[in-house]
Design a protein around this ligand. Sequence first.
Ligand code: HXC
Length: 520
Amino acid sequence: MVVRRKVDEQLEDLQGKKAQSILGGGQRRIDAQHKRGKMTARERIDLLMDEGSFEELDAFVLHRATEFGLADQKYMGDAVVTGYGKVNGRITFVFSQDFTVFGGSLSEAVAQKICKVMDLAANSGAPMVGLIDSGGARIQEGILSLAGYADIFLRNVRSSGVIPQISVILGPAAGGATYSPALTDFIFMVKGTGQMYITGPDVIKSVTGEEVTHEALGGADAHAKKSGVAHFAHENEIECIEQVRRLLSFLPQNNMEDAPRALSQDDPERRDPELLHVVPDSPNMPYDMLEVIARIVDDGDFMQVHETFAQNVIVGFARLDGRPVGIVGQQPQFMAGVLDIDASSKAARFVRFCDAFNIPLVTFVDVPGFMPGTNQEYGGIIRHGAKLIYAYAEATVPKVSVLTRKAYGGAYIVMSSKGLRGDINLAWPTGEIAVMGAEGAVNIVQRGEIAESPQPEALRSRLIQEYQDQFMNPYVAASHGLIDDVIDPAETRPKIIRALEMLENKRETLPYKKHGSIPL
Ligand code: HXC
């Protein structure tokens, strides 16, 4: 007669197996991981999830490779820890690559584990967070590993615009392994340890002769400042994962939900007379739009996205009377807030994310125009600028804008204008909407008159002054209904909050289509 083992023996066996899986690639490799200044896959999950909420899946999965002596090298769970838990009390899915097992490389089994949680996240409408620390495709598994990446990419794309997807780069992400993060909505990186590149320094040296370090090539600064691939760069893993939690607090669980409204202690009727003094008298003097934003949003709490990339435009999340909003604004302190290629792409992507996830847009406008020059033209400013027009025109979420100073030319149209279905367009008395600045306009239109004058400079100054008095104010636009109201800057916060409250049930649809053809 076959006798089953006693339950307590079975439990002991189970605990032994779990303890083994917790050790990943073994204590020696865990120590090496710590020595590199990195946490283990499980330590990271503990930081991300609310305490005690994590439920692991597939801890017993083993890789199936037999080549290169791998039949004898199996680790419980293989090179990734997957499951779900809660972040700020809301269900969130996670996969966390375990560098202590074959350098976190992607085997067929690892890919299947990741795909399983990605499917669960998509089907249950909850965010997906990938904690990346991986040497890429599992070299010993070859094509099965590559096929695994394809399965992941497909899911990234299918989930795009359905659930928020966040990637956190905490170690290497090399080769094709960069493309799953690149397909997600936000990329966080840790300085000094997180590195992303298509080909590493050795390959670059052999192909082009160029010498570059891992960090200079694909470190957090490279991607958060130069390429714009990363949206956030942090000093260490603790700070980085804390900020992932903060970002999630602004986002809905999926595209069918509104973003979670928080209880605000900040008075929605709060006036701020200091806002009267922010905009300098001279139209070309810089000021800090971040200060304007901080004075208006709840408790001055603004989470800037892409803080160090294309700083001439500001994008990020805040709350107004507890409602999460996406904020877009020019930064007059940086290149006068001009719209160049990078700023246009940065803002367009952000606007589309907010629109996909029902997050209202609040736009602060002070834009001198699109950036002129051969650099920009050859780089395709027409194509990239068109992305931002497309994004604002397509967005059906509530769109509220505040014109603080200038809105010239095509850049006026782009920035949430009435013509692109801006719902409520407010202006400060300092606002100016025109085809171009007074000086440029007079020099073109009244060039002949000035040339024939016995005192051309005096005439030029007078004409500029006349043009300024007549056109450089918000009332011409307001007289045509292109500005809904000219407001006292001190009242900007209550005015936006009332507009958002009015627009809370906004319903607007686009004509049926498979999808548009945004100029990419
Ligand atoms: C299997 C790997 C591995 C991999 C690392 N390891 N990468 N095992 N497949 N891809 C193992 C190492 O053998 C080692 O095992 C352990 O992980 C730690 O690696 P180290 O090299 O000791 O660590 P470190 O010095 O920190 O260097 C990390 C690294 C380096 C920069 C990631 O390991 C590396 O360059 N790996 C190869 C990267 C790569 O070229 N991958 C393929 C990219 S192409 P032991 O037993 O010693 O602990 C690709 C195609 C995807 O990914 C295409 C998708 C479309």
